[in-house]
Write a protein that binds this ligand. Structure first.
Ligand SMILES: C=CC1=C(C)c2cc3[nH]c(cc4nc(cc5[nH]c(cc1n2)c(C)c5CCC(=O)O)C(CCC(=O)O)=C4C)c(C)c3C=C
Ligand SMILES: [Fe+2]
Ligand SMILES: [Fe+2]
Length: 351
């Protein structure tokens, strides 16, 4: 006999009431997103969505609209599509960021099997492109998740990454009659588990090299300096990660340097710039260099192409002799250990 059939008729649900599923907890890992293809139109669609986001470009819409639509979306999709093509996962026909984020989710779910008596459901979404945040949130609700933990996959908080991912989730919630309870995992830039994982991963990558780099650059994605001056904590969190990692590795400042990459547009971005530092080091006589990018939870265009291809070329063309790019944590055991620690901590009280 069901609970419903035991109730007095007046308070029973009508027979056409939609099914109510609840009692489960959803974990949604959110990363940035990649184009659906490397051709002009998918590239254009991706860049348009990305660069129309006010969290990313804060310039007045009146000024930005013609620059974006008449210049950037005409010129950038072609060359950037070629860059993406050089790192594309052809087997799955997708960017590596997608492949790695999916694998992180699957491995995390496997590692946490039985956690919360099997009530925890894991999924992943992209802020731009697909799978989109709204549809994955709905999928979690459909499985009975009435509590959802959002996990922006950025160790350092920045409005153009972490905040915009949450904005997208909250926009979806705005349209829901029955909203789930929501938590947001905080940045983990100084979490000892993250720092230890980075150090272990770097040591393992360095041990595989047939040279010991004179200098290691710790390169983070840049942002306009103005965002820092307006109060974005990203720069400070990058500096802290770099300091803790340097201490953990026991490296002096001259050998482990902090830089910022991926400058975009004419404004000043966070300095020192990675490409300029690479060039200056090579021209100054540094013969061997390694670069690591702890701000990216997964390898992507900005690491596999910009760091491993473009910056390698800059180094070699300016007198450098040995160059290594050290991979991100990705779906390695160390990487999954970090996500496990973040998720377990943030689910306390819920499971
Ligand atoms: C133009 C403004 C941008 C800001 C500010 C910005 C900040 C920022 N981005 C990341 C992480 C990633 N960015 C990636 C690609 C990418 N970023 C921008 C612009 C800004 N990013 C563009 C236009 C692009 C697309 C490629 C290009 O046209 O140059 C990626 C890679 C995605 C992939 O598909 O591989 C990541 C990841 C962070 C952490 C950050 C922090 C301030
Ligand atoms: Fe970016
Ligand atoms: Fe700072």
């Amino acid at each position: 006999m069901t609970v419903q059939s035991k109730l007095p008729e007046a308070v029973r649900l009508p027979s056409d009431h939609p099914p109510i599923r609840n009692g489960r907890v959803g974990v949604l890992l959110m990363n940035l997103g990649t184009p659906e293809g490397t051709g002009y139109w998918p590239m254009r669609a991706y860049l348009k969505e990305f660069l129309s986001d006010r969290r990313v470009i804060e310039t007045s819409r009146l000024v930005w609209w013609p620059i974006l639509n008449l210049i950037i979306l005409t010129k950038r999709p072609g060359p950037k599509g070629k860059d993406y093509a050089s790192i594309w996962n052809k087997e799955r026909n997708e960017g590596p960021l997608k492949t790695i984020t999916r694998s992180q989710t699957e491995k995390l779910a496997e590692r946490l099997t039985g956690f919360g008596e099997g009530r925890v459901v894991f999924d992943w979404a992209m802020r731009y492109g697909f799978p989109d945040v709204k549809s994955r949130l709905k999928a979690l609700l459909d499985q009975g998740c009435d509590r959802i933990l959002l996990v922006p996959l950025y160790p350092q908080y920045a409005a153009p990454t972490s905040a915009t991912a949450c904005d997208q989730a909250f926009r979806a919630l705005m349209q829901m009659r029955w909203q789930p309870s929501v938590r947001v995992a905080p940045p983990y830039h100084d979490d000892p588990v993250y720092i230890a994982a980075l150090a272990a991963s770097m040591r393992a990558s360095l041990a595989k090299l047939d040279f010991e780099p004179e200098v290691i650059l710790c390169s983070f994605h840049g942002m306009p300096k103005e965002y820092l001056l307006k109060g974005d904590p990203y720069h400070c969190q990058c500096v802290k990660t770099w300091r803790l990692l340097r201490e953990e590795l026991g490296l002096p400042q001259e050998r482990f340097r902090l830089t910022f990459q991926s400058r975009f547009g004419p404004d000043e971005w966070l300095q020192p710039y990675t490409d300029e530092t690479v060039k200056a080091l090579a021209q100054g006589g540094t013969k061997s260099l390694a670069i690591v990018a702890p701000g990216f939870s997964a390898d992507c265009l900005e690491t596999l192409e910009e760091l491993d291809v473009e910056n390698r070329e800059i180094f070699m063309h300016n007198g450098g002799e040995r160059f290594a790019y050290l991979p991100c944590l990705n779906d390695s055991d160390e990487g999954i250990r970090v996500l496990d620690a973040v998720v377990r901590r943030e689910l306390m009280g819920w499971v």
